[in-house]
Design a protein around this ligand. Sequence first.
Ligand code: ADE
Length: 240
Amino acid sequence: MRFYILTLFPEMVRECLLTSILGRAAEKGILSFEAVNIRDYTRDKHKKVDDYPYGGGAGMLMQAQPVYDAWLSVVDRIGYRARTVYLTPQGYPFTQPMAKEFAQEDALIFLCGHYEGIDERVLEEIVTDYVSIGDYVLTGGELPAMVIADAVSRMVPGVLSNQESGSAESFEGNLLEYPQYSRPEEWHGKRVPPILLSGNHRKVDEWRREQSILRTKERRPDLLKKAVLTEKEKREHTYG
Ligand code: ADE
């Protein structure tokens, strides 16, 4: 899977995406990341990429031309108009199902805005998906692009060494993951829950399922409403 990130700050993106698990997958050739500097495509003799908004208001806007030409150069190389994701607080909220859906693509283009945003006309021509990573405002789209690239990458087969780790984790079935413990058996006077030392896998699974439900009920009651629970679980956890 190929990721192209259109940005004014390519070095910010390069460093991050070539580290750790994504870096390893890139070395293996499963993923590739390319940060494209929008400023390289300006036709302005002072390399300017922004200007004042018509109608007035605070701040500057990224102009249509350099964004469009940077995008065209990428589309030319990919060979088709790949899905183009614009990171904006005005987008659809990003979720795990979206990560899985994006992971089906052969190529994805991320468009990172800065300043007060981007001229609407170029967005209308190139953007297929408007995506937000949460209800807060960041200084640019780079961090959101990296968040999404990370979440999508780990859904691409072969990126995680153990495909298992993609199944029993938070958001599967709309439940948060259960708590986990490693050695030593006692730390700061706290003992590992005895059931985890019992060797009884059925009991361990039951305990983990219960913990997932309790944790979701406490921290994300909105998610619990969407979780698929047995009748018994519903009786025990949802009313009361
Ligand atoms: N750009 C600035 N804030 C953002 C957010 N919350 N999500 C996506 N892109 C953004």
